[in-house]
Design a protein around this ligand. Structure first.
Ligand code: AKB
Length: 317
């Protein structure tokens, strides 16, 4: 008989982790989803624990104590922050993954989710409609750690049968949580600044087109992949995943439909080089064909929901 699903989320205080925790708790019940992070922001949550993902012995104890069957390993240092400390980025993003893959290999987990990213692509990757299987030559410490992580996930699946599943997330846009340390963060910051100050200084150039996704789509994709039949998962590297692509100029225009006086100025910094090495649009047909992925949100729908919800949040504060 299969064991009751008990989930551990690492990096639960991050942009995706916060919303994923809520969604998984709605599905599996609060006691069955243990949220963990290295900071104590959610310490009033009795199913929240402090967990340093570099402490492998502690991860093993948590798995045993809570009878964990699945891990969503969301903890990571993102692309922009990763450039300030590449060695730490490797340690957090890659070495911690290997420890968790080893734990899974020992038979202690049924399933593992590893979040990958469009940052695995690089200057040698076709930038338009990027196919699933392309040479990966990432430019950032973050991208290198995630590309290597994908390869090791595939290795652990093939060699040891670890049921590890992965997605290459585009930039994620959410009102519930704020991203930190990424190159696509501008697409969240811009909404806050538009509402608060009707002005945003963008750290990317106005025509920098990047793949993006509204958070509900990202959460739906994550859960759909993890719940998909074992036989439908045909790749154990990260699945390409796509919903929309836009530039800061296009997002500015979309927000101006709600805030006509909203102004944007451009002051590209080192993150421009990172963005320029990534894809503009992604071919995610494998995800659509193999486990029925479908996105719900485009630029117009996403902008509407962001403005409505942030307006409410700022009014109630
Ligand atoms: C980042 O900008 O670093 C992340 C990502 C695309 O993985 N949002």
């Amino acid at each position: 008989m299969s064991k009751k699903t008990k989930i551990l989320i690492t990096g639960a205080n991050g942009q995706l982790g916060q919303v994923l925790t809520k969604a998984l708790r709605e599905r599996h019940g609060v006691p069955n989803v243990i949220a963990s992070d290295i900071n104590l922001k959610n310490s009033n949550d009795s199913n929240y624990i402090f967990l340093d993902i570099l402490n492998t012995e502690r991860i093993k104890e948590v798995i045993a104590d809570y009878e964990i069957t699945q891990i969503y390993h969301m903890a990571a240092i993102l692309s922009a922050n990763g450039e300030w400390n590449p060695a730490k980025t490797w340690n957090v993003n890659f070495n911690a993954l290997i420890s968790i893959l080893d734990i899974a290999k020992e038979g202690n987990l049924e399933k593992l989710f590893f979040p990958s990213t469009i940052a695995v692509f690089g200057n040698t990757t076709p930038r338009m409609n990027t196919p699933q299987d392309v040479p990966l030559l990432p430019e950032t410490a973050y991208g290198i750690s995630k590309a290597a992580g994908e390869l090791w996930c595939n290795y652990y699946y093939k060699r040891y049968g670890v049921d590890v599943r992965s997605l290459r997330y585009p930039g994620i846009i959410s009102y519930q949580s704020i991203p930190s340390g990424g190159t696509t963060d501008y697409a969240v910051e811009i909404f806050h600044e538009a509402i608060k100050h009707q002005h945003y200084e963008c750290f990317l150039g106005e025509e920098t087109m990047l793949p993006m996704m509204y958070i509900d789509d990202a959460i739906d994709a994550t859960i759909a992949l993890m719940e998909a039949d074992y036989s439908s998962i045909k790749t154990r590297i990260g699945y390409n995943l796509s919903a929309m692509s836009f530039s800061p100029r296009q997002l500015h225009l979309a927000i101006q439909q709600y805030i006509p006086d909203f102004k944007i100025t451009y002051k590209p910094d080192f993150r421009q080089g990172i963005a320029d090495s990534w894809s503009e649009t992604i071919d995610d047909s494998r995800a659509r064909e193999e486990w029925n992925w479908q996105h719900q949100y485009d630029l117009t729908k996403m902008t509407d929901i962001m403005i409505q919800n942030l307006n409410k949040q700022y009014k109630s504060n």
